[in-house]
Design a binder for this molecule. Structure first.
Ligand code: STX
Length: 324
């Protein structure tokens, strides 16, 4: 795939925002920035977690000469305030923020780009506002079903990364090991701040430790930073105990839902060895959505910064840039 005979796509570098601002909605101040070409093709980046926040690096998935790039930090995380706030913080609140932001920026349709939880939110948004979406780029897809949560937070990924898993179990009493999602939730809604912080770091570190195929100490330490970890862990856990605020667990992947968006050009980019969001989900999504293109990166894990995955993501935005 990355053979020397073919072009290999890399992140665009040193892109600076030409505008930074906040969207105010429901007591939340939502940070957003615009980069690239103000007259370019509009694209919105939806970050993962939920609770992960955007970063300066993700600007680089889009050619700044061709795209008007909009990046925002979802409620309660990143540069948005109040930090870690779970009030009025649901999937459908985020969907409304995206549409409000689009209208505020006078955009008719935009390319929606999301990985992991960002792919979940992309589908929730596109199925609610199909006329707002010109194309979809989905990576490491996650439909928030019980089997996906169980795989990552109870029994599955634990068998592949047993040493990292020990760290995830550490803050939880042995008697509560049969339901780790609820055990973490009890700590997160409690008032022992020290215990909460320790648990948030363990939660976040687990995800950071298994997101790449090869061990990346830098990545693990950035997930363990306490301000990041607290919002990431509290928000993820809040969304997951609430089953993503979905009406049914297959809401986003069901044929009736896909029917609403199957006319939208879509690429699904998936690492074969994604341990956070195993490829089974991408395969099931593709089956319900034959028009979508499934691209498997054969030697990659979950992260958007895996070499092959970055290559495929940038290739996708370059190809979609040719569309009106
Ligand atoms: N959560 C997967 C996810 O969306 C189950 C995710 N994992 N790491 C991230 O997001 C960040 C890169 C945003 C921290």
């Amino acid at each position: 795939m990355l053979s020397r005979f073919k072009k290999s796509y890399k992140l665009f570098k040193n892109i600076k925002p030409y505008s930074k601002n906040f969207l105010e909605n429901d007591g939340h101040k939502i940070y957003y920035e615009e980069c690239g070409n103000p007259h370019g093709k509009p694209a919105v980046f939806l970050h993962g977690g939920p609770g992960g926040g955007g970063s300066t690096k993700v600007r680089g998935f889009f050619n700044p000469k061709l795209y008007r790039i909009i990046i925002f930090d979802q409620r309660g995380c990143g540069r948005s305030e109040p930090h870690g706030c779970l009030i009025n913080n649901t999937t459908w609140d985020l969907v409304e923020d995206i549409e409000l932001l689009k209208n505020k920026l006078n955009i008719k349709k935009w390319l929606v780009f999301g990985g992991s939880w960002g792919s979940t939110l992309s589908l929730a948004y596109a199925q609610t506002y199909p006329d707002s979406v010109s194309e979809l780029v989905l990576r490491g897809v996650f439909m928030l079903r019980k089997k996906e949560l169980d795989w990552f937070y109870q029994d599955g990924a634990s068998r592949i990364f047993p040493e990292a898993w020990e760290g995830f179990l550490e803050p939880i009493d042995e008697g509560d090991h049969h339901n780790l999602m609820d055990a973490y939730h009890k700590i997160f809604i409690g008032n022992n701040e020290k215990k909460k912080m320790k648990a948030a770091i363990a939660w976040s570190k687990w995800e950071g430790s298994v997101s790449t195929l090869n061990h990346k100490p830098d990545m693990i330490s950035s997930y363990s930073e306490s301000k990041f970890a607290l919002a990431f862990a509290l928000i993820e856990n809040h969304y997951f105990v609430n089953k993503g605020f979905l009406d049914s667990e297959d809401q986003l992947i069901a044929s009736e839902s896909i029917d609403k968006i199957r006319h939208i050009p879509a690429k699904i980019i998936q690492g074969r060895y994604d341990i956070v969001c195993p490829m089974e989900t991408a395969w099931e999504l593709k089956k319900n959505w034959p028009e979508a293109e499934l691209i498997v990166a054969p030697s990659s894990g979950h992260s958007a910064f895996e070499k092959e995955i970055t290559h495929e993501l940038v290739r996708a935005t370059q190809e979609f840039a040719k569309n009106d």
